[in-house]
Design a protein around this ligand. Structure first.
Ligand code: HEC
Length: 134
């Protein structure tokens, strides 16, 4: 295989992944996501739909203002588990969607005592809400 061909194939695969990830969230509703977030995640994460950086207080869980694009375990002032820091995943919409549905399966040994959202639509909606927090 020529060098050029080896470089082109992964780039094409990446483009497809990016495309399918973004189209999955077109279905998400930020307004519904806020309701789901407030009711389930809000026990541990500050939940407001008018949150700004200045309100970025932590509760039991880290503040999720600006979480999209953040690296896991890096919010200053929050005491994360070693597992969350070591994972160092970037919270893309797709990664948050997976994590919200199965935290322990996505990043084993995290200290988030939550089994995961059971409805994929709820996860899409929560991601749509979190994407507005920037
Ligand atoms: C029982 C409390 C609790 C609930 C409920 C909960 N979380 Fe968490 N969350 C935490 C804790 C604690 C951490 C930090 C975990 C660690 O350090 O291992 C965390 C971490 C996170 C992170 C990583 C943030 C970062 O800065 O790396 C995301 C994203 C997240 N939670 C999303 C959610 C979403 C979405 C929901 C609802 C579907 C939710 N959480 C429900 C307690 C909770």
């Amino acid at each position: 295989m020529s060098l050029a061909r080896r470089l082109i194939v992964p780039a094409a695969a990446l483009a497809i992944t990016a495309l399918s990830a973004s189209s999955a969230f077109a279905a998400g509703s930020a307004a519904k996501g806020f309701e789901v977030f407030k009711g389930t995640c809000g026990v541990c994460h500050l939940a407001r739909n008018d949150m700004s950086k200045a309100d970025a207080a932590t509760k039991i869980g880290p503040n999720l203002y600006g979480v999209v694009g953040r690296t896991s375990g890096t919010l200053k002032g929050f005491h994360y588990s070693a597992a969350m820091r070591a994972a160092a995943v970037v919270w893309t919409p797709d990664m948050i969607r997976r994590y919200a549905q199965a935290p322990q399966k996505t990043i084993p040994s995290v200290r988030m005592s939550f089994p995961g959202l059971t409805k994929p639509q709820d996860a899409d909606d929560v991601v749509a809400y979190l994407m507005t927090l920037k």
